[in-house]
Write a protein that binds this ligand. Sequence first.
Ligand code: CNA
Length: 327
Amino acid sequence: MMDNSTIKSIAKHFQQNPDAKVIFMVGAGISTPCGIPDFRSPKTGLYSNLSKLGLPFPEAVFDIDYFEENPKPFYTLARELYPGNFKPSKFHYLMKLFQDKGKLRRVYTQNIDTLEREAEVDGKYIVEAHGSFASNVCIGCSKKFPVDTFKSQLEPIKLEHKKDKSEKDEIEFDYARCDECDGLIKPSIVFFGEGLPSKFFDTWDEDLEWLKKNKKANNIVMVAGTSLTVHPFASLPSEVPLGTKRSLWNYEVVGDFRSNPRGGDLVFKGGSDKAAQELTRELDWLKELKELIGEEEETKHQDAAEEVTVITNELENLNIGTERKGE
Ligand code: CNA
């Protein structure tokens, strides 16, 4: 099933199964309406824009070995994406509504923007699979540092104004370094080449058991705004026990929903905020959703697509430098 009737079917599922709870599995797509670019969307995605800046490969910005050699691209990006600069989307508030209604089991998020917390989803429900900006760590000796250690270094220390106007201004940072081993300090977000927090694996084991034990409640797993390409997160939907309802809300059909679709899958191919709004309407929660978002935020969301373009343009205009040690 793959259109607006999906949303009606999900609403019906909750109406017919009052004990059903949701496990959300989400990615960067639920935050694009907030103005934060995702990785892979053509044109507006970070990769298509960062690649223009001459990184050896787009993922290098989140690669631990590359960061050690050249932290500047990550610092530049972190400055743009740092939590506090954005407000939650309708989808984030939908998750909060499920919490308020006692129908939330868990939120597995790949996002590092902490907007689930900003929407006041309780931390006990959230598994930040790829970490977050909420703590800092030395990449050399793993010593932990307060959150401000990295954040306080995000203001560039100098702006060299090039004489030749055709050249872009160079920005520099004073990188946060460990007082024990002089290693670079970074937020505890998981880079390519690093392991996921043990909480991710432990909680998923618990939730799998819970899904198996509570089949009668007809719980549902909702996957949204992710290309399902980054493992091990990407394999979670394939591990959902047979018989547990799965739903995907995404611009494209991805991962196990494409390669190994199940008969009962409920797929909505479209925007996650549109789906969130439609589901709350169907469930008669629309008034509460609007109260959570507030009038002011509603206007901001309408401008979100424009904001994504602004950020990606800003990144394009920054000369972040791509020199590597020894070159
Ligand atoms: P991705 O690979 O960029 O995929 C995003 C997916 O969402 C794509 O399939 C898009 O088509 C789809 N999409 C984009 N916008 C919407 C929308 N409004 N409604 C529905 N679908 C939409 O991102 P993933 O999360 O799958 O990749 C995992 C990476 C992305 C994680 O390691 C994150 O840390 C990383 N990331 C996070 C953020 C963030 O915290 N907001 C931003 C950019 C990247």
